[in-house]
Design a protein around this ligand. Structure first.
Ligand SMILES: [Fe+2]
Length: 190
């Protein structure tokens, strides 16, 4: 039976944190998956873990699937990145950071991996139209999503960190090359 609710625990998120040894909330985010018809709801915890704002794990889609996220509460940052070659996750063709708030939508084009970051003081609540597949655990790890390249690189090309109460980007040094970047007006810090 498909159970639509799932949560992402700190233990799993440690794979992709800037500082995997930092302590954080037991659950980083909550998911209710209704698919393209009923929509999927994600609620991100507020706060930071080792100086990094709480985020979703991040994934690439398998195949040509796109999706649109609508933000219904809070404020955050969307990260999108496209690899030159899916077999070589350390070389990024294009990286984008997009600042979002309640009322905004963000389109995730095919080929662009994506994750969402909560940079506000409240929950960040978002709704998306991604399909639900029939596998038992698809509420937590949907079958159309590839998490491995993100795990391999310990996250995306930049981490979103707290600098004096405001979001900034910090490079993930595991990445060898980032060919094109749009930081969306966010500062880049060391
Ligand atoms: Fe997705």
């Amino acid at each position: 039976m498909f159970v639509p609710y799932a949560s992402r625990a700190h233990e799993k998120m440690q794979e992709v944190l800037m500082d995997p040894s930092a302590s954080g909330p037991e659950v980083h985010y909550y998911m209710i998956r209704g698919g393209s018809a009923k929509r999927n709801v994600t609620i991100l915890e507020a706060g930071t873990v080792g100086g990094e704002y709480i985020k979703t794990y991040g994934h690439y889609h398998i195949g040509n699937l796109d999706e649109t996220y609508t933000f219904v509460h809070g404020e955050g940052v969307v990260l999108q990145q496209k690899l030159v070659d899916m077999g070589n996750p350390g070389v990024v063709e294009e990286f984008k950071a997009i600042v979002v708030k309640a009322g905004d939508s963000s389109y995730m084009p095919p080929g662009f991996g994506h994750l969402m970051v909560n940079t506000g003081s409240t929950w960040l609540v978002m709704v998306d139209d991604s399909p639900v597949e029939g596998t038992q655990d698809s509420a937590s790890m949907p079958g159309h999503a590839d998490y491995e390249p993100v795990k391999k690189m310990q996250g995306f090309a930049y981490y979103v960190v707290d600098r004096g109460g405001k979001p900034a980007l910090m490079k993930n040094t595991h990445y060898a090359e980032i060919q094109k970047s749009d930081f969306g007006g966010l500062p880049v810090v060391d």
